[in-house]
Every structure is written in C-alpha cells, then in structure tokens.
Ligand binder design. Structure first.
Ligand SMILES: [Zn+2]
Ligand SMILES: [Zn+2]
Length: 366
C-alpha cells in the first residue's frame, strides 16, 4: 500500500466524474473516499474516520475537487467500520446530503453508544473464552473503546434495502463478511468495493460469534458474489489502496492468502490450545491494537475450521462444570493434516459440497 495516496480522477463510460480523496484515517492508515458527480447527483462514498487529520484531508480534497460540503446530495457508506463512517459527525453539520447505508450497519452508526456498550461486553466474553487473562482483557477493551470514542451517533436518512439496492445512478449488492452491512456499488463500468477486496492487503476477519454476518463463510461467499456481479468492470475502486484492474486474479490471491492463514491456524492446533495460544503460534507476540486484530482474525479462522469439523473442543467437561470463564481448548481432529487447497475448497466446501462429511483432502490438496 502506498504510504500516502494521492488525489486522482476517474471517468465512467457515461461520463460520470469520480475524484478519489485520500484521508489519513488513523496514523499511517490511509482511506480512500470517492466523490462521484453524475448529472444532478454529487455523492460522497464513505466519510473517513472523523479524526482531525481525516477531516482536514477531507476538506482539502473537496477544495482540490472544487466543491463544498453543502454541494453534496448523498453520502453513501460502503460499510460500518470507523475509518469509513467516523467522519459523518463532522459532515452532518456541514451538509444536508441524504445519508444511506445497509440496515445491518444501522445500529452501529445511528445508535453507536448503545452498540459500543453491548459490543464491549461481547468482546470481553470472547477474550475470556479465548484464554486472555483479565488484566490483558481490560487493556484490549480500552483500546477498542478508545478508537470508537471519536464518534457520536448520527441519524441516517435511508437504508439501501428500502430502495431495493438502487440509489441512482448506483446499483448496489450486499456482500457481508468483512462487516455485516458491507455493500459494493456499481456505476457504469466502475465498481466501488469498500474493503471487500484490496489491491495489497487481505481484509480483516472477525468471527460471526461476535457479530452476525461476519466471519469467513460470509466473506468467501461475498467474494464469489462480487466476482460475478462485477464481471466486466473496468476498474474496482477500493477503500484503502490502488484501483484493482484484474478482480478475478485479486480475489484468487486473497482466497489463497486466507487459506494459508487458516492452514497455519489448523497446524497450530495440533496440540490442544486456546485461541490466545493459537494466535501467538501463528502471529507471535503483538502489541497495541494489532493484538486485538490478530486474535479476532484467529477467532474467525478457528470458528470456520470448527464449523467444518476440522477442529474439536477437548475440554467440554471443564466448560460444563467450571466456575467462571473457562478458556476453550481446541485440537485438530485426528488424521487431518491440512485444511484445504486455496481457492477451490475455500469457495466450494461450505456451499453445499460438504454436508457434514469431511472434504476429500487428498483431492483438494492435489
Ligand atoms: Zn473495513
Ligand atoms: Zn477500512
């Protein structure tokens, strides 16, 4: 990923003009916002994080593009992650634009404080089950709350379902997994895919146990949906790095990377281990916010492996009878050496091929 992406312009085949406005959402994390001008519509796709730097970059981007916030007709969110919606509080005071999102992210954006409280509890339970000691849990939860505390709830004007996934001039598709209400938007031969696929990064994963419509299964299904839906797109403009020109190839790479991580997770469970121990095996010791991100990722991979019968829980007696939080211990099922070959099994197995049977590993690994 380029450390400092630049303002850029694109044009769709019918002549819609798109300006890419990069903002530094958090230190060293750049996010791309897109200002789309088509007929009477001036839509901003995503809003940055709402940090001072993000808002300043956004302001400068509008000046470079020759617009004011009050010119906006729409603000359309690709998904409910803070680096994409956090700027709404800043923008709401400066524009009458209609704010739209997918209804599965509505609570996150419009009832942020309540959701943050609920999520903090859920995350604490998850970390306890993962075997993270209570002092460390408190540190991780503080970090989690800190990054979200910038934002205050903003009312939303409409949801995409309410307008049949069409907001002129865009067509939309729901692609959950990375985030529950994640959508992609299409305009002529351009697709805006948020964080579903990035040019240089494999997007973050988090278990469905924490939030419905997240998790590896939804994510993999969404990659397939996007690949079909975006067929013929000339450029895929994403939330963090350079435009994707060969989407099928990028999706294949992403599946392969994910598959390697899932395989490493399975190998780390050759001995009975908690999620925290598996995380340390796969990623080593991690500091700062990354510590939380990697344990969420491993949580998503373990959940996926467990759902497919490749991992088993070995301390269920202790879980049944223990007092207080008992960390869950997972172990690779006997005879399983590797989870699956990259793209093929990752696309196929959970879409009906498996039905309770273990995949034919000799075949998928050939
Ligand atoms: Zn995201
Ligand atoms: Zn993002």
């Amino acid at each position: 990923m380029s450390p400092s992406p630049v303002f850029a312009t694109f044009e769709s085949f019918s002549g819609a003009r798109i300006r890419r406005l990069p903002v530094e959402a958090f230190p060293n994390l750049w996010a791309n916002l897109y200002l789309v001008q088509s007929g009477d519509v001036l839509a901003l796709i995503d809003s940055g994080s709402g940090s001072d730097k993000s808002n300043e970059d956004l302001q400068r981007g509008f000046e470079t593009a020759g617009f004011q916030f009050s010119d906006l007709t729409h603000i359309l969110l690709t998904h409910g992650h803070i680096d994409h919606y956090g700027g709404l509080s800043f923008l709401r005071e400066r524009t009458q634009a209609q704010i739209g999102l997918h209804e599965l992210d509505w609570q996150t954006i419009s009832h942020h404080e309540a959701r943050l409280a609920v999520m903090s509890h859920r995350l604490d339970d998850f970390l306890a089950s993962a075997g993270v000691p209570s002092e460390r849990r408190a540190e991780l939860l503080n970090m989690y709350r800190f990054t979200k505390a910038l934002y205050r709830s903003v009312p939303v004007d409409f949801t995409y379902e309410a307008c049949d996934m069409e907001v002129s001039p865009f067509k939309l598709v729901h692609v959950p997994g990375h985030c529950p209400g994640h959508v992609a938007l299409k305009l002529d031969d351009l697709v805006f895919c948020g964080d579903l696929v990035l040019e240089h990064i494999t997007p973050h994963q988090s278990p469905e146990e924490l939030t419905p419509f997240m998790g590896v299964r939804h994510y993999l299904d969404s990659l397939s949906i996007l690949e079909r839906w975006a067929d013929g797109a000339r450029l895929v403009l994403n939330g963090h790095d350079e435009p994707i020109t060969d989407l099928p190839a990028r999706i294949t790479d992403t599946r392969q990377h994910l598959s390697r991580r899932v395989d490493q997770t399975l190998a780390a469970a050759s001995e009975p281990r908690t999620l925290a121990e598996i995380t340390e095996q796969v990623y080593g010791a991690m500091g700062g916010y990354n510590a939380l991100l990697v344990i969420e990722k491993i949580g998503a991979y373990v959940e996926y492996l467990y759902q497919r019968g490749l991992l088993e829980i070995i301390n269920f007696d202790e879980l049944e009878n223990g007092k207080g939080p008992v960390p869950i211990r997972y172990r690779r099922v006997d005879g399983i050496e590797s989870s699956f070959a990259p793209s093929r099994s990752l696309t196929g197995v959970h879409q009906g091929q498996s039905s309770g049977q273990r995949p034919d590993l000799s075949e998928v690994n050939s």
